[in-house]
Design a protein around this ligand. Structure first.
Ligand code: HEM
Ligand SMILES: *[C@@H]1O[C@H](CO)[C@@H](O)[C@H](O)[C@H]1NC(C)=O
Ligand SMILES: *[C@@H]1O[C@H](CO)[C@@H](O)[C@H](O)[C@H]1NC(C)=O
Length: 508
């Protein structure tokens, strides 16, 4: 779903050439109207010069993260480029990310303009850093802990969701031992969304609500208007001019549709809740609101905040995890020896009729290595989520101007040949030491680091471990004879595989 946010310009250029021409014309036109001469900040990080007006936009047609990694290897781990009129800083090492997001506290705002889905300054994912953000984040974390992360309560739910996915695959098998070629992404997506659904709604909304499912699944498909949203992030002044106005109105439509469904859920919760026994995050917030309003101090939590908050948890938590599992399945099917080792480890640690558990994690270094290698090679958010500089500030000796967009080049860091020999190879063994122990790498940062790092990291890791283990315990994945799927994928905002077929065969 994050696809709607700023799928990078690439797709637009590749698929819709006429849009390219239109786009260029509009950008030039707008710039003539605005007639601002972009000034170069003295002492700013180095970087390649782009074209006048467009900056480096034309170089970012396909896999912007790869192009940016190339620039980082030439100019250093902090570079700055212009995309349209916007200064964009790209962080090319984990120490640069550390300097920016742990040591410096001024680089944690978010872009506000041009992201219609997140408009209104509410929610969590796309609000500026502030006391409001800190309070919301803290609240969500404690709610997540209460209903899942850290504690054991969510594990059975995740196991149920994983079992549901396995049962579904078995039902596809029918009377046979294997499924035949199937596309598995949508099944995985629904499973992953169902975990978050339980957490916030207390039940599986997507399974039960056809309208909502259709609304959400529609956004997973690439779409030319969504792709144009990428440009809007850097040049927001175009948002009311065709064809960008179409993107804007579609985003508004999507947001309103989603908000509508969430409001219905909230009303149902109000009617059926027991103040002493909150069932999920929504109950928790309502209880909190009621107790606060009695004290005439509502704090940062209001009804208008609850809807976008739920929206953001949902949007941030579903696509990322489901894309990761989809990549893992594709890699396992493509590399049978890796899959053999994962089966061996699972069969050694877990009885065939026993359910997996996160408590087995320490005994299963190979599963963890496969997940870390999947994250390394194909991070779901190759350029993380953009940050914005709150004020003029300095970073590792360079000046960063107020308003600059800061991107962590997660893919670039994780595929840097200086850190990773043969970075393009899928080799889980690189994450296992000589004693057979898993090595947690500080240079694999799919969740980013610092004050705005992924709030759902723990939950996501638990989901991924349990889902992958459950799938591999019960199935062997293979590619249909003669099919060699593309392992590079398509990089929009999310780096996802192109649709592919796998065959799942029962193991027991
Ligand atoms: C494979 C799974 C996931 C990946 C790779 C991932 C990655 C990320 C990244 C890169 C960010 C931006 C960090 C930054 O700006 O510095 C982020 C933010 C966030 N993620 Fe995740 N995420 C995943 C799963 C989840 C899940 C399951 C949830 C649900 C609870 C979640 C909730 C959030 C939220 C709320 C934010 C915004 C935090 C903020 O702006 O303060 N994510 N995630
Ligand atoms: C930020 O720095 C620029 C020069 O790089 C200067 O023109 C501007 O006034 C500064 N802004 C603030 C708010 O200090
Ligand atoms: C967020 O911060 C930026 C500066 O970093 C500012 O320009 C913008 O107006 C702020 N947005 C909101 C909604 O506070």
């Amino acid at each position: 779903m994050l696809n709607l946010v700023y799928p990078f310009v690439g797709m637009t250029f590749r698929i819709f050439n006429c849009w390219t021409i239109l786009l260029t014309m509009f950008v030039i036109l707008m710039l003539l109207i605005i007639n601002k001469n972009p000034k170069k900040t003295v002492g700013a990080p180095p970087g390649p010069k782009g074209y006048p007006v467009l900056g480096v936009l034309p170089y970012l047609m396909k896999f912007p993260e790869r192009k940016m990694a190339e620039w980082s290897s030439q100019h250093g781990s902090i570079i700055m480029v212009k995309i349209g009129l916007t200064d964009v800083v790209v962080l090319g090492s984990s120490s640069a990310a550390h300097a920016a997001f742990v040591k410096n506290t001024h680089l944690s705002d978010r872009p506000q303009d041009g992201l219609e889905i997140f408009a209104g300054g509410k929610g969590l994912l796309f609000i500026n850093a502030s006391d409001f953000h800190t309070e919301q984040r803290r609240f969500c974390l404690s709610a997540l802990r209460e209903f899942g992360m850290g504690k054991k309560t969510l594990e059975p739910k995740i196991l149920d969701c994983a079992a549901m996915l396995c049962d579904h695959i078995i039902s596809v098998c029918g009377n046979y031992d294997s499924t035949g070629p199937i596309q598995i992404e949508e099944l995985v997506y629904i499973t992953m969304s169902s975990v978050i659904s339980h957490l916030v709604f207390g039940h599986d909304t997507l399974q039960e609500n056809d309208d909502l499912r259709r609304l959400l699944l529609r956004t997973v498909e690439p779409n030319k208007f969504n792709a144009l949203a990428g440009v809007l992030m850097f040049i927001p002044s175009l948002k009311n001019i065709p064809p960008f106005s179409i993107t804007t109105s579609r985003a508004v439509q999507f947001r309103e549709g989603l908000h509508h469904h969430i409001r219905i859920e909230i009303d149902r919760h109000r009617a059926s809740r027991d103040p002493n026994q909150p069932r999920d995050l929504i109950d928790n917030v309502i209880t909190f609101l009621c107790s606060k309003s009695r004290r005439k101090n509502v704090g940062s939590f209001t009804e208008e905040q609850l809807v976008p908050l739920v929206r953001d948890l949902f949007m941030a938590g579903t696509d990322t995890s489901s894309t990761t599992i989809t990549w893992a399945i594709l890699f396992l099917a493509s590399f049978p020896d890796v899959q053999g080792r994962i089966h061996e480890e699972i069969d050694t640690i877990i009885e065939y009729n026993q359910r997996p558990s996160i408590s087995f994690e320490d005994k299963m270094p190979y599963v963890r290595a496969v997940l870390q290698e999947t994250f390394r090679l194909r991070p779901p958010l190759p350029l993380s989520v953009p940050h914005v500089a709150h004020c003029n500030t300095s970073l590792m000796g360079y000046r960063i101007p107020k308003g600059a967009i800061i991107l962590t080049n997660t893919w670039g860091i994780q595929n840097n040949p200086k850190l990773w020999p043969e970075p393009e190879k899928f080799k889980p063994e690189r994450h296992i030491d000589e004693f057979g122990k898993f090595i947690k790498s500080p240079d694999v940062i799919p969740f980013n680091i610092g004050t705005r790092h992924c709030l759902g990291q723990q939950l996501a890791k638990m989901e991924l471990f349990i889902t992958l283990t459950s799938l591999c315990q019960r199935f062997r994945f293979t590619l249909p004879l003669g099919e060699t799927p593309d392992l590079t994928g398509e990089s929009t905002f999310i780096l996802r595989p192109f649709p592919f077929h796998v065959i799942a065969t029962k193991r027991h």
